[in-house]
Design a protein. Sequence first.
Lengths: 337, 337, 422, 422
Amino acid sequence: MATMNMIQALNDAHKVMMSRDEDIVVFGEDIGYFGGVFRVTEGLQKQFGKTRVFDAPIAEGGIVSTAVGMAAYGLKPLIEIQFADYIYPGYDQIVSEVAKMRYRTAAEWTMPMVIRTPYGGGIFGGQTHSQSPESLFTHIAGLKVVIPSTPYDAKGLLIAAVEDPDPVIFFEPKRIYNGPFDGHHDRPVKPWSKHPASEVPEGHYTVPIGKAAIVREGEDLTILTYGTMVHVALAAVEEQGLDAEVIDLRTLVPLDLDTIEQSVEKTGRCLVVHEAPRTSGFGAELVALVQERCFYHLESPVERVTGWDTPYPHSYEWSYFPGPKRMKKALEKVMAD
Amino acid sequence: MATMNMIQALNDAHKVMMSRDEDIVVFGEDIGYFGGVFRVTEGLQKQFGKTRVFDAPIAEGGIVSTAVGMAAYGLKPLIEIQFADYIYPGYDQIVSEVAKMRYRTAAEWTMPMVIRTPYGGGIFGGQTHSQSPESLFTHIAGLKVVIPSTPYDAKGLLIAAVEDPDPVIFFEPKRIYNGPFDGHHDRPVKPWSKHPASEVPEGHYTVPIGKAAIVREGEDLTILTYGTMVHVALAAVEEQGLDAEVIDLRTLVPLDLDTIEQSVEKTGRCLVVHEAPRTSGFGAELVALVQERCFYHLESPVERVTGWDTPYPHSYEWSYFPGPKRMKKALEKVMAD
Amino acid sequence: MSDKDPSLRRNAPKLALHVPEPPFRPGDTPDFSSLKVPPAGASPRPDTSVAAAETHELTTALVRVLGDDNKAVGAWDPKLDPDTLRKMLRDMVTVRIFDDRMYRAQRQGKTSFYMKCTGEEAIAVAAQTALDREDMHFPTYRQQGLLISRGYPLTEMMCQIYSNKGDKLKGRQLPIMYSDRKYGFFSISGNLATQFPQAVGWAMAAAIKGDSRIAMGWVGDGATAEGDFHSALTFATVYNAPVILAVVNNQWAISSFSGIAGAERATFAQRAVGYGIAGLRVDGNDALAVYAAVKWAAERARSNGGPTLIEFFTYRAEGHSTSDDPSGYRPTNEAKLWPLGDPIERLKAHLFAIGEWDEERHAAMTAECDAEVRAAQKESEKLGILPEQGKDGVETMFDDVYAEVPRHLAEQRDAALAEGRD
Amino acid sequence: MSDKDPSLRRNAPKLALHVPEPPFRPGDTPDFSSLKVPPAGASPRPDTSVAAAETHELTTALVRVLGDDNKAVGAWDPKLDPDTLRKMLRDMVTVRIFDDRMYRAQRQGKTSFYMKCTGEEAIAVAAQTALDREDMHFPTYRQQGLLISRGYPLTEMMCQIYSNKGDKLKGRQLPIMYSDRKYGFFSISGNLATQFPQAVGWAMAAAIKGDSRIAMGWVGDGATAEGDFHSALTFATVYNAPVILAVVNNQWAISSFSGIAGAERATFAQRAVGYGIAGLRVDGNDALAVYAAVKWAAERARSNGGPTLIEFFTYRAEGHSTSDDPSGYRPTNEAKLWPLGDPIERLKAHLFAIGEWDEERHAAMTAECDAEVRAAQKESEKLGILPEQGKDGVETMFDDVYAEVPRHLAEQRDAALAEGRD
Ligand SMILES: Cc1ncc(C[n+]2csc(CCOP(=O)(O)OP(=O)(O)O)c2C)c(N)n1
Ligand SMILES: Cc1ncc(C[n+]2csc(CCOP(=O)(O)OP(=O)(O)O)c2C)c(N)n1
Ligand SMILES: [Mg+2]
Ligand SMILES: [Mg+2]
C-alpha cells in the first residue's frame, strides 16, 4: 500500500502493466521525455525506452489511426489525448474504425486499446480545456467508456481497461487529479492523502469494468453519477442531511444496470448528476433507463443535475459547474411529495 | 403548386434561395457538374455558375472549415456531406468552431450555414451508408438540428434553415427521398405523388425551425418521432387501430417542448421512435424530458423504439431497422395497464 | 462593418476563384495529345539506399518499362521470369472476369452493390507479386487483385459479396469490403483514407517489434484530400516507418476529376517531397513498372530506409460502382482513348513479344479462368444470394460488438429474436 | 496466426523504429555550430508572377536581409523608410513589455493564464506591416503582435485577459483568445490548426466576391501535423485561393521539438512543393526579411497568383505558457545560444547602423511604451481582474449560444439566476 493521488495511481498502473506486457506501447503529445502535461506518464520513457513510450505529432487523428494499425498488428496501444476537448480530430477513427473493427471483421481483428484523456472543468481552463464529451462515446456501439473517481479506482480501472479485449475510452476527471473536490470552490483544496481511496495497493489489481460502486448506502434516494461529481454529490447529501444511496457508475458502457435497478427499486427516487451539458448528456440515457425499468417504483420524477447547454465560459466557471446549490435544489425537488 | 419528391423539393429550395441571396454558395463532393450522388443539387452549377456551386475535394473537414471561413467573410455556405456516415472528419470543425463561434466572439462572428447530409438506413447501404448520427449533434450547444419527413417540409425547412442566423445540421432521410416508407420492406414502394405533402408551393415559403407538426391527432398515446420513422409510426398506429397522436418533431434542437408537453398531458402515454442506436440516442433525451415534465400525467413508462446498439449490418438490415413488429410490441407495452 | 462590403478598395484588382474543370465533358471528343507520356526506359533507377531527395525528380516523371514495341526496357526492368509474368497475366485476367461476373450478379439482383477495378488490374496484381506473402496490405475497395493474386478462394470473395452463409464477415459488411488476416489483407473500410495511416501504424508496430515484414497502404486520388492522408505521411516520415504508401490515381473520384484533389498543380507523388520521403510516379497500366517500383520501395523499407510514396497513374475505365453512371459527367469513349492502354493487353503483348505466349495459350488460359470464376460463383450461390439472407442467424447480429455480449445487447438480442422477420 | 509472431522469417533483417530526439536536453550545453545559417542577401528574389516551382529552391533556403553588419542587403531588402522601421521596432518593444506585464499579472493571481511570444515579435509585427489594414488574419495565440501593430487598444487586450467588465468577449474565453473583426483579427481558437483552412475559406470567399482583400493564416510548427493543415493546403491549391499560409516554426510545441512534427527530413516550407504552390523559408528573427516575404506573397495573391506557404524560422525563447516550465525538457540557456539572435536587438542595431536611431532615443521610446502598457494595465484593472469576475451578469452566460435564447436555455438561465453565486 502507498498513498497516491490520481496521477500517481495512473502512472503506477502504466508501470505495472508495461512491465507485465511487452506489447503495450504508450504515445501521445508531450508524453515521452517530458512525461505529459499532467505528468501521468512521467518516467515511463526512461524506464521502458523510446520505442515503447514516445511523443507523437500534434494530430489526434494520426494518434488514433496509427494506434489502430498497431492494434491490428497485435500491440496494445495505451494512448493519451492531451485534453478531451481535443479528441474530435480523432473522432472519425474512433467511431468508424476503433469501435467497429471487431464487428465488421467478425472478430478477425480486434482493437484492444485504451484512449486516456483528461476531461471536465473546475480549473479555469475556458471552453477548450473543460469539456466533458463522454456521452458522444456512449452512443457508439463497440466502445467501452470508463471514468474513475479515486486513486484506487483509477489504477484498478486502468489496469482492467488495458487487459480488456475491447477498446476503452478512459476519461480522467482532471479537477480531482490532485485531490477530491466537494464543489465548494471557495474552500481550500483537500489533498488525496486524507481520503481512504488514496491507499493504493502495490502491483497488479483490477477494478472490474462494468461494475458500479455504491459509495454511500442509503434509503432516501439514489444518486447516479461518476468522476468529479461523485465527490460533489457525496458532499451535497451530507450537507442536506439526506440518507442517499450514491452510486459511482465507474463504467458508462457497459452499464451496471443491476446495481442501478436494485437501488432505485429500494429508494423510489433518483437523481442523475454530471458535469456535461444537459441535452443528450449521458444523464438522459440514465433517466430513460431508470424510468423504463423502475417506473412503477418511482415516487417522483428522476431529476438531472448537469452543466448548462452552453460552451464552458471562462469567468463564469462557478456558475456553469453543477455545484452545491444546483445539487441542493435538485435534491429538494426529488425528495418533494 | 407542383408535385415533387423530396429530392426535387430540396433542389427547388436551393434554386429559390440562391436566386434571392447572392451570398449563398453550395459545395461538396460531386455536387457540381454532376449534381450530387442523390441529385439534390442537379442543375445548380449550370444555373448559378461555378463560383457559387462547385465540387469539393474529398475532405469533410476541409469542406466544413472552409465554410467557416466563408461564413466569417459574410457568405452563407449551404454545403453537402455526401453521407452522414462521413461527417466525422468534419466533426471537430463543427463542434469546436461552427457551434461555438457566436458564443466565443460574443456574436462578433456568426456561422449562418447549413450542413445538409443524407442519413438513415433501409437502402442496403451497409454500415457506412446507413447511420443516423443526429444525437451526436444535439449534444453540442450552438447547433440546430433539423430533419424533414416530407417534400413540403423539406423545402420549407431548408429555406428556413438557410435564412436562420445559426448553423443548422440538416439531416435528410434518404430512404424516403423518392417515396414514403411504411416499414414494410416487402411491399412495393409508393411514390410521393400519392402523398398530400408532395404538393409543394412554388417559390418562397418556410416551415419554421423549432416547431413540431402534429401529423395525426389522437387521444390514446403520443408518439414522438422524426424523419423516415414518422411514416413507419403512422402506418403502425393504423395497423394497431390506435388513436395515437403522432408528432413529427422536425427540429430536434431547439425542441418544441410546448407541443410535446401538451400532447403527453392529454394522452398520458408516450412512445419515442428513432432509427439511431438506442443508447444515448436522441430518444433518451426525449424520454428524460417527458418524464421530467409530464411525470404526474404518465400512466405507463415512456417506451423507446430504436435501432440496436450495433453497427448497421448489411444483410440484417430488416432486423436492425425498427419496423412494424418492433412498433407493434412497443405500442402494446405503452398501452398496457 | 460587413466583410462583404470592401468600401475602401473599389479600385483594387479583382480576385477570382479558380474552379478546376476536367478537359472533357460528355459530348466532347477527348484528345490526349497534350498528355506527356515519356518513353519507356527513360527514368533512372536510383539505388534503394539513396537520400529521399534523389528520388524527387521521379515524382514528376513516369516510370515505364514496357515500350511501344512491347519489350521491357531500361533500368527499371525487373527482369522477371516468364512464369511470373504469366502468373501476373493470369491473375489480371481472373480479376477482370471476376469483376464482370459480379457486376452482372448485382445487375441480376443477386446482391446490392459491386465495384470493378477495370483498367487498374496491373496495380494490385503486380504490387502483390513484388511484396512478400507475409507483408500486410491496407487496401481500398479497388484492390481485389491483391486477394486474387495471393490465391484467395474466389468463393470466399463471392460469399462476402452475397452476404450469404459462407460469408466469414457474417453478412455485416457491404459487398466487396473483404477482410482476411491470413492473406495479409486488412478489413476494407467504407470511410475513405482511414486505412492509410493505419498502414503506417502497423509498420511502426513491426519496427517496434524488430519484425522484418512491411506494410503497404492504398488510397485513391480523390481520397488523398482527407486529413488521414496527411497523418499517414507525417507519422511515416517522423518515425521512418517501413511502409509503402500507394496512391492509385485513376483520375476520377466518382464524378470529380483529379484536379479537384489538387492534381492540376502537382502530381500526387510530389506530396512526398514536402515530407522528405522517397517518391515515385509510375505508369499503373504497365505491370512491370508497377512491380519494379514496389520492389524498390520494399527493399528500401526493409533496410530501414523508410517510407516511399508511389503514385500509380491510371484511368478508371468503368463507372465508380454499380450505383454510378459515368456518362453523366465524362465522355463515354474516354477510357478507350486514354493513351496508356489496357494493362492486360500490354502485358499479354509483352509476353508475345518475348515469345513466351500466344493467342492459343491465351484463349485457353482465359477459358480456364472463366471456368474457375463460374465454378466459384456456382459454389458460392449454393450458399445463398443476398435477397435470401438476413432471416437466419439474427442472433449473430449482436455478437462481436464486444468480446462478450453485455446485458443491454443480450436484452436487445432477445427482443430481436422475439420480433422475428418476415 | 498472430501478426506478432513472424515465425516464417527469423533470419530477415530487423526493422527499427526511429524516434526523433532533440539535439540537446537539460544538462547539455547547446552547440548550434552545425546549424547552417546562410548569409543575408544570399537568396534570389523571384518575380511574384513566377511559376510556383521557381520558388521551391527557397523552401530549403533562409531568406535573410539583415547582415552581420546590421545592414540590409540583397534582393529581398524591402527598402523601408526609417519611420516604418521605427514603427516596427516600437511595436515589437511594446509587445515584449506587454508580455512581461501580463505574465507577471498572471503570476500575481490576477488571471488564470498567459502566453508570451518572446523572440517571435518580428514575425507578427512585420507581417502586419506588410499587409493592408483590410486584409484578414486567422492567427494563433502567439500573434499578439498583429493586434498591437494594428494599434488595437492595449486595454481591450488586457480586459480580455482579465475576463473583466471591459472584456468584449464577456468573460467567455481563456485569456489571450482575442477576437476583433474591425481589426481583421479572427477569433483565436483553443483547438490547434482549425484556423488554417478557415483562412483559405475566407480567401475563397473574397475570390468568389471579386474582392481585393486577402487572408493570412497562421499555424505553429507542431500544429502542422493536424489534418486541418492538409485541408488548408489542398483547398488553397485547388481553388488558387488568395491566401498566405504562415508556419511559425519556433522549434518547440510545448515539450516536443520540431522533429516530432517532421522537421528532421524536410522544412515546413517544403510542404508547399507537394501541393504545387509557392513556398518561402524566412529568418523569422529578421523583421525586414519577414516584411519582404509577406509583401511578396501578398502581391502574388492579389494578382491571382495563388497561395504561398511561408515558414518563419525562429525560436520560442520562453515557456510555452504560464502553465509550462521548459527547464524540464530543454537546456535553460538554449534561447541565449540560439544563433539567429533577438529580433528586437537586430532591428534596433539596423536602425543604429543606418544612423536612424540611438541609445537615447531607444531608451526614451522604451520608457514611453512601458508607460503606455502600465497605463493600460491600470485602466483595465479598474474594470476588474479575474478573481472578482463571474458574479455579475450570470444571465449573459446564456446569450449568443443562438441568435435568440430558446426555451430550454431560458429555463436554464432562470435556474442559474435562482441559484446565485457565492
Ligand atoms: C470519408 C468519406 N467521404 C466520402 C465517401 C464517398 N465516396 C466513396 S468512394 C468516393 C470517391 C473516391 O475516389 P478515389 O479516392 O479517387 O478512389 P477511386 O474510387 O477512384 O478508386 C467517395 C467520394 C466515403 N466513402 N468516405
Ligand atoms: C487539437 C489540439 N491538440 C492539442 C492541443 C494542446 N496544445 C496547445 S498548444 C500545443 C503546442 C503547439 O505547438 P506549436 O504548434 O508549435 O505552436 P507554438 O506553441 O510553438 O506557438 C499543444 C499540443 C490543442 N490546443 N489543440
Ligand atoms: Mg480515383
Ligand atoms: Mg512551435
